[in-house]
Design a protein around this ligand. Structure first.
Ligand code: HEM
Length: 211
């Protein structure tokens, strides 16, 4: 009897242990699956691409540079609004929702300098219109023509490629939501840009054939 009881107890124990073991394995598997899904996503919600040619959007290209994507963060308009170079603050500006530290260019963006209007805000439409004032700021971004988006993109690339300007993060607002995902407006801008680039490429091909 004692041996039977002892065996049953042993059986029960090992079943419990087995169940516990299975649970643990399932937990580890779950964590592994989750982390692999996570690693496929861009830090700010975009799909990751593995080579430059595969990258169809502006942000995806950045994911190739892990040092950039690991340091960038989301920035609020309130935080940005203080970064005008005054009171020992750096100078930040935003273009298409990308925030750059342009303190190195304080002779352009500092108080009373020619381009100080760009400091501490996202003045994207002004990069296309050249109206560095409140009127320029109010321009309807949804109504931007592809050529105007290209002008703005030119400046975004300028800041991105500039050796002394640093990408700080993404501005929550018009172009990025609070999860760092591109808004409808940014997606529309990118579509216009893509359309224009394709159109220009086709025109170039036609011109090349005619020669
Ligand atoms: C849409 C119109 C324009 C935009 C968005 C624009 C924007 C800018 C920006 C952002 C800079 C500073 C670049 C940096 O950080 O290194 C700059 C510099 C400069 N821009 Fe403009 N600009 C415009 C039109 C003009 C025009 C019409 C002129 C000439 C009449 C001009 C002349 C200059 C000059 C000379 C510099 C260099 C300033 C210096 O070396 O001190 N820009 N521009």
């Amino acid at each position: 009897m004692t041996t039977n009881k002892g065996l049953k107890l042993f059986d029960l124990k090992s079943r419990v242990c087995n169940n516990h073991f299975v649970k643990r394995v399932m937990q580890i598997l779950f964590i592994l699956v989750l982390s692999s899904i996570k690693s496929k996503n861009f830090a700010f919600g975009e799909e990751k691409c593995t080579n430059e040619q595969q990258c169809s959007t502006i942000d995806e290209k950045k994911t190739l540079d892990s040092s950039v994507s690991s340091t960038i963060r989301l920035i609020t308009e309130e935080e940005l609004s203080t970064k005008n170079g005054e009171n020992n603050n750096p100078i930040w500006l935003s273009v298409l929702g990308e925030v750059y530290d342009v303190t190195a260019g304080s002779h352009y963006y500092g108080t009373n300098a020619s381009y100080s209007f760009f400091a501490a805000k996202d003045a994207s439409p002004c990069f296309a219109s050249g109206k560095f004032n409140e009127e320029g700021l109010k321009e309807d971004l949804m109504a931007l023509k592809p050529k105007q988006v290209k002008e703005i993109e030119h400046w975004r690339e300028f800041y991105e490629d500039h050796e002394n300007y640093i990408l700080i993060g993404y501005l929550v607002g018009k172009f990025y939501d609070e999860n760092g995902k591109a808004t409808k407006l940014l997606k529309r801008c990118r579509k216009k840009l893509k359309y224009l680039i394709e159109k220009e490429n086709k025109e170039k091909q036609v011109q090349a054939k005619e020669k």
